[in-house]
Design a protein around this ligand. Structure first.
Ligand SMILES: [Ca+2]
Length: 328
């Protein structure tokens, strides 16, 4: 396989997490196709504990034969932090499917911390690496606090975060990744003026259905990846229906995959130039993300926020790339 010039080099910061895992499978397919290079995976405390997100990441890398990729362990959050989302993702973060996969090959106890990996990788290749963050922003903020200016050394920072013109998913106003650690989100949004944001406004348009899982698995139904994907989809659909997320449609939101849609199929999204502010103190609104939609000059803008997505084109690419991965 020929690696293209200018192939995006990616650090994936993640808290797997069901929808993280779908993004993760997509990214592994893109790497196998020579369209991306995975530099490291930095796990974070979020959907489930740091230790579980670490072992889940290791197991998913193993599924694709990427044992050699370094996995970082999540930086500890502040002590009064919010509760996690094990009620959505299962106690192990992957619908209790972790026992069906080959065991984790990376050792949590001896792994480097995620913030240090981010610092070292960005210093080693300034301007070259894209940081894709699909969990709470604890690690990125810790890296910025430890090494001020480090996040500016990323080629681009792409987040699944926030809710602007729609309801939150953890409170009426807040999206999980920001709500879980709003101070960290504020640090990241203050670190540079071109953060790319995929919020609930677009990710709640992205419903991955049972039919899509079947279409993918049909390519090679007996493969371990296909079986895992179908089982995980079943679990996620059950949870989504239970929480009335999808309006009764037999599917679930692949929130985190939107980041890869932006990087690899940007024609599927429309972005707006804005100043994003994070509510860090509100009694009822903590973790809310705010933009000014009035037609004023964009002074102080710090981000590009996606507010529209072409679902058909997005899923055409997503499903075909997953098929490629499963065919291998
Ligand atoms: Ca996530």
């Amino acid at each position: 396989m020929v690696t293209q010039l200018n192939t995006p080099k990616i650090i994936l910061d993640t808290d797997p997490g069901g929808d993280d895992l779908f993004a993760f499978l997509w990214l592994q397919s893109l790497v196998k196709q020579g369209l991306a290079e995975l530099v490291a995976v930095t796990t974070t405390d979020g959907n489930v504990s740091a230790q579980k997100t670490f072992s889940n990441a290791s197991q998913i890398l193993g599924l694709g034969g990427f044992h050699h990729i370094e996995v970082g362990r999540g930086v500890a959050r502040r002590e009064d932090a919010a509760e996690n989302a094990a009620h959505i993702h299962g106690s192990d973060g992957m619908g209790k499917l972790s026992t069906t996969l080959t065991s984790a090959t990376h050792a949590y106890e001896t792994a480097r911390y995620s913030d240090q990996i981010i610092i070292d990788k960005l210093n080693a290749a300034p301007g070259e690496i894209t940081v894709v963050a699909i969990g709470p922003l604890t690690n990125l903020a810790a890296a910025e606090v430890k090494s001020p200016g480090i996040l500016k050394k990323a080629r681009e920072i792409v987040l699944m975060a926030g809710a602007f013109h729609c309801s939150g998913n953890v409170t009426p106003h807040a999206e999980f990744n920001v709500w879980f650690n709003p101070q960290a989100a504020e640090t990241v949004f203050n670190s540079r003026d071109d953060i790319v944001v995929l919020p609930l406004d677009v990710t709640t348009q992205l419903i991955f259905t049972r039919e899509m899982a079947q279409a993918v698995s049909q390519v090679n139904p007996e493969s371990e990846i296909a079986k895992f994907l179908v089982s995980l989809c079943e679990f996620m659909v059950g949870t989504a229906l239970g929480y009335r997320e999808t309006g009764g449609i037999n599917g679930f939101f692949v929130h985190d995959a939107a980041t890869l849609g932006y990087l690899f199929y940007p024609e599927t999204l429309m972005l707006r130039r804005v100043r994003v502010r994070i509510e860090t103190k509100g009694e009822w609104t903590c973790g809310q993300t705010l933009i000014d939609s009035r037609p004023a000059p964009k002074t102080g803008a710090n981000a590009w926020v996606a507010l529209q997505v072409d679902q058909t084109r997005f899923f055409t690419s997503f499903v075909e790339d997953l098929k490629y991965f499963i065919r291998q």
